[in-house]
Design a binder for this molecule. Structure first.
Ligand SMILES: [Zn+2]
Ligand SMILES: [Zn+2]
Length: 320
């Protein structure tokens, strides 16, 4: 399997502003003072060794992850959540298929908060007859949420005007679903209005998608249930919106988790790789890079087995 992040941000999409871009340019050019960058090749090599927070950006689209499960020729796709990152994903699919070749999308919804559904009205493949979109989730209001956001008061194109065939499938937590060798199991998580994590298993590999999920450190039964759910996963994409200090003080009960809790659960569960996800919209690239460095240091101090840690950015690909 391969995970491709199309939207790594939580709560609200954000864009870099002019001050942040200027700060990146100043930082990069200051670092070049005195260097003999007299060719394009030298300039590119210099840029490539800069920190990711200077030469790149963690990005601003809200939650959307594509999981490549079947071979590259397959016209069936797996998607986790439909935040604003779904729009560029749809553009990539349109570029790949053009208008004439039908595709099927299997979409698993963590929950129905706006930052996780807002990309759907802008998903071009939904407008093309012949395409099929199957939306899976554990919430009873699954279909209502998607129809409601396209009512005339909020959006110019109604849900019934979409050309693709759109189906809704109700899932039950703990009851696995099989799609062509891919096994998907949902788990209830603590979040306003409930959210669900997903365990995806295929070809001996396991990916966990667990966002918008608060963990209570003093609840042992809850902790054990998540360790079991994460058990031996190759990759855990984890809601690390807050620092630990924030998550247990000012932002307790806000429905999100921290980098430290992510490390602890992954270490207990024997996970290979942790991907920090659902970044706080007020964090800039430098701050997300600092959180990543701190998280790696924390895992080194506390872990017996190595845990790889990355921070999600729009466009990131992780091979399992
Ligand atoms: Zn969210
Ligand atoms: Zn939410």
């Amino acid at each position: 399997m391969k995970a491709r992040i199309w939207g790594a941000r939580g709560s609200l999409p954000v864009a870099l502003n002019h001050r942040q871009i200027r700060a990146k340019l100043v930082s990069a050019l200051e670092g070049a003072i005195g260097l003999d960058l007299d060719s394009s090749a030298k300039v590119q090599a210099y840029v490539d060794q800069l920190g990711f927070d200077v030469r790149g950006t963690y990005g601003g689209n809200s939650s959307c992850v594509e999981v490549e499960v079947w071979d590259a020729a397959s016209t069936e796709h797996v998607v986790l959540d439909m935040g604003s990152g779904l729009r560029p994903f749809g553009g990539a699919m349109l570029g790949r298929y053009g208008p004439g070749k039908p595709q099927t999308y299997h979409v698993f919804m963590s929950h129905l908060h706006w930052d996780h559904i807002m990309g759907f009205p802008f998903f071009t493949p939904a407008y093309i007859p012949g395409n099929r979109i199957i939306i899976y989730g554990c919430h009873a209001q699954l279909e209502t949420a998607f129809r409601r956001q396209q009512e005339p008061i909020s959006f110019p194109v109604g849900f019934d005007q979409l050309g693709a065939t759109i189906e809704f499938r109700q899932m039950k937590p703990g009851v696995p679903l099989d799609i062509k060798g891919l096994r998907v199991t949902a788990k209830l998580q603590l979040h306003a209005g409930d959210s669900y994590g997903y365990r995806l298993e295929h070809g001996g590999r396991t990916l966990i998608y667990s966002t918008d999920s608060e963990h209570k450190l003093d609840n042992a039964a809850e902790r054990i249930s998540f360790v079991d759910f994460f058990r031996d996963a190759d990759l855990v994409i984890f809601d690390a919106m807050y620092s630990l200090a924030d998550s247990i003080s000012v932002k307790a009960d806000w429905g999100h988790s921290s980098n430290v809790v992510g490390v602890e659960l992954c270490q207990l569960a024997g996970v290979q790789q942790l991907c920090l996800f659902h970044h706080e919209p007020i964090y800039d690239d430098a701050q997300i890079a600092r959180v990543l460095a701190e998280t790696r240091r924390y895992a080194e101090i506390t872990g017996e087995a190595p845990l790889q840690i990355v921070s999600a950015y729009d466009g990131m690909e992780i091979e399992l």
